[in-house]
Structures are given as structure tokens and as C-alpha cells.
Design a binder for this molecule. Structure first.
Ligand SMILES: Nc1ncnc2c1ncn2[C@@H]1O[C@H](COP(=O)(O)OP(=O)(O)OP(=O)(O)O)[C@@H](O)[C@H]1O
Ligand SMILES: [Mg+2]
Length: 242
């Protein structure tokens, strides 16, 4: 591809230091991810998947190596700049949803826009509602998270992740707390957003879930073992009531 990748990683390493002990979590990772891709990262527990996601998401800094995010050399950024680029360019989705229980669905989705500041309240609400529409939950805007099913809560988290128009959504085991049927529904939401042009990188332990992606990155022992295209990609139909 002649196009520039939105994520470009070269020889990335991460060593965690616990007192005297050094844990090499990433040992030389090369990876390019292009706009509009849908990537699944797989691999055994401890192989470095979350560490890689944290580095891609600018939640942590590498020990060595290069990382360009949307053309920006992340190594050169200060802590403040890292926080800014994270808020602007990355949408996160977690296994545990991580919604604020005391805030409504709409308020939860508005949060990243409040941190971004300078956006008037009326526009924040309009954008949050639009994001909720994209995940099929506009009619739950004034509910509280505890009044929703697990799958609905994860859809709210996805709406929150896209409200800022990020260049990439990072999802670490987003279906880890969901049953099979609901997991497929969530993958349908990701596929739909991906078809609208949003780049997605998702960690999963389940081969069935990885089959919804376009490419699978297999990690082993802090390195990329192989990258393969998904054959017979699964398609999730968004069901009735969605
Ligand atoms: N904050 C930390 N401090 C020290 N070591 C860490 C830290 N986070 C991860 N590690 C170590 O780095 C290695 C990779 O961990 P990581 O969480 O990236 O694995 P993972 O592939 O996401 O595993 P899982 O599938 O269980 O989530 C492991 O050996 C782990 O113990
Ligand atoms: Mg992990």
C-alpha cells in the first residue's frame, strides 16, 4: 500500500522494572496499521497484548523503538502532549465497560468532549446523541448504566469511544464479560463502525471473535509470531430492536 499507516511501529520494546527484576514484555515489535483496517490481536496470556495496546494508546511509553501515530512521533511528546493526543486521536473500550454509575448514558458519552473543552454544551449533547444513534441506543440516553444490560453498557462505552472522532478505536477484550450472543452483537457494532471508516484494533482470546476482523496479529512471548489475513470473515447481522 502506498498510503501512510496511521499506526507505524518499529522495533518497539517494553521492559517493566519491578525493583531489581526486569520483565521484558515486548521484545522488538514491528507493525503497520492502515486507515480503515480492523485488526484482531491474539496470543497467550502474558504475551504482551495489553502492553502493546497501552503503548499504541499512549497510556505508557516504550523502553525503545519507534512509534508514529497519525504521522506524529510519539517519542518526542511530553506527558501533557501525550494526554492531549490520547484524548484526541484514540477511543478506548475495555472489558469492564468502565462507565460512571452516577452519570446518565448521555453524560457518560459526553465525557471525552468535556475533557476536550471549548465545545459548547449544546454541541456536546448533539454529538453524544449522534454517537448513541450509531450504536443503536439513542432511546436510552437518559437511563443510568445499571439500568442497561451488559451488551448495552458496552455499546455506551463504544459510543463514548467514538464521540471525539478518533483515528483509531482500541478495544482490549471488549467481549470478555459478555455471553456469545451479545459478543456477536458487539462485533456487529464494531463492524458497522468499521464500514463507516473507523479503524479498529481489538484484543481477543477467542478465535470466533477474531474472525470478524480483517487481519489477525498473533503474539507470542513479546513478539509478533505472525500476521495473517482472515479468510471467510464473519459478518454480524444487527438484529431486531437494534
Ligand atoms: N505494570 C506491569 N508491571 C510489571 N510487569 C507487567 C506489567 N504489566 C504487564 N507486565 C508483564 O508483562 C508481560 C506481558 O503482559 P500483558 O499484560 O501485556 O499480557 P497480555 O498478553 O495482555 O495477557 P492477558 O491475555 O493475560 O491479558 C507479562 O509477563 C506481565 O506479567
Ligand atoms: Mg491483557
Amino acid at each position: 500500500m502506498a498510503e501512510t499507516p496511521i499506526i507505524s511501529i518499529r522495533n518497539l520494546t517494553k521492559v517493566y522494572r519491578l525493583g531489581e527484576v526486569e520483565v521484558p514484555a515486548l521484545r522488538g515489535v514491528d507493525l503497520d496499521i492502515y486507515r480503515g483496517e480492523f485488526i484482531a490481536i491474539m496470543g497467550p496470556s502474558g504475551s504482551g497484548k495489553s502492553t502493546l495496546m497501552n503503548l499504541i494508546g499512549c497510556m505508557d511509553v516504550p523502553t525503545s523503538g519507534e512509534y508514529y501515530l497519525d504521522g506524529v512521533d510519539v517519542r518526542r511528546l511530553s506527558k501533557n502532549d501525550l494526554a492531549r493526543i490520547r484524548n484526541k486521536k484514540i477511543g478506548f473500550v475495555f472489558q469492564a465497560f468502565n462507565l460512571l454509575a452516577r452519570a446518565t448514558v448521555l453524560e457518560n458519552v459526553e465525557l471525552p468532549l468535556i475533557y476536550a473543552d471549548g465545545i459548547p454544551g449544546r454541541e456536546r449533547r448533539a454529538r453524544a446523541l449522534r454517537a448513541l444513534e450509531l450504536v443503536g441506543l439513542a432511546d436510552r440516553a437518559h437511563f443510568y448504566p445499571t439500568q442497561l444490560s451488559g451488551g448495552q453498557q458496552q455499546r455506551v462505552a463504544i459510543a463514548r469511544a467514538i464521540v471525539n472522532d478518533p483515528v483509531v478505536i482500541l478495544a482490549d477484550e471488549p467481549t470478555g464479560n459478555l455471553d456469545t450472543r451479545t459478543s456477536v452483537e458487539i462485533m456487529g457494532v464494531f463492524q458497522d463502525l468499521n464500514e463507516r471508516g473507523i479503524t479498529i484494533v481489538l484484543v481477543t482470546h477467542e478465535l470466533d471473535i477474531a474472525q470478524f476482523a480483517m487481519r489477525v496479529v498473533e503474539m507470542r512471548d513479546g513478539q509478533i509470531h505472525r500476521i495473517r489475513p482472515v479468510e471467510n470473515r464473519r459478518r454480524a447481522e444487527l438484529g431486531v430492536g437494534y
